[in-house]
Design a protein. Structure first.
Length: 184
């Protein structure tokens, strides 16, 4: 058992303990204003992620087409030899790449739509669903670091009650500019 009189860090008797790291005064800002302030930044980052996914989708579709038409670009005797050895491997690989490219293209379009909607504080749930779909698109490895980072950051911000309140206020008819003045 310790004696508080021997503890040099204990509060003096009769005085309440102080917690210097605790946030007791927000300087007149609403609690959670820091989270709401990050919504436009996250929206722009989601649009940038959509651009990266769009580039990846274009690359996958281009590779798929290349695999599909590669045998046709070879001399006829080489085509026959390759067809005997590999069979339809190039065609199957081409369709797989095209399928991945179409999926990533759809996810990139969702990122654009969700990002632009969130700039106006609309579509909170849509944005969260888009980030989860972005995590599925991260199997391409190209977008994995940014997809994972954006999803984690976005979940922290968008699951905050103040953020939910900001989106709800816009749904009730408050202008997006007024949201910024309300929370900042």
């Amino acid at each position: 058992m310790s004696n508080d009189h021997q503890n040099p860090f204990a509060a003096p008797p009769g005085r309440p303990p102080q917690y210097p790291m605790a946030i007791t005064n927000t300087g007149g800002r609403k609690p959670g204003a820091g989270y709401v302030k990050q919504i436009p930044i996250l929206a722009v980052m989601t649009i940038v992620q959509g651009v990266l996914l769009l580039l990846m989708a274009g690359g996958c579709i281009a590779y798929g087409c290349l695999f599909m038409f590669m045998p046709a670009m070879m001399p006829p005797e080489e085509q026959a030899r390759m067809q005997a050895q590999a069979g339809p491997v190039f065609e199957i690989a081409g369709w797989i790449f095209i399928g991945i490219g179409i999926f990533v293209l759809l996810v990139s379009i969702l990122h654009f739509v969700a990002g632009f909607r969130s700039l106006r504080y609309r579509g909170r749930t849509f944005m969260i669903v888009t980030w989860f779909l972005g995590l599925l698109a991260s199997f391409t490895i190209y977008c994995a670091p940014t997809c994972i980072g954006l999803a984690i950051w976005g979940m922290i911000v968008f699951f905050n009650p103040a953020t939910a309140q900001a989106f709800k206020m816009v749904d009730e008819g408050v202008d997006a500019k007024e949201i910024q003045h309300h929370f900042y």
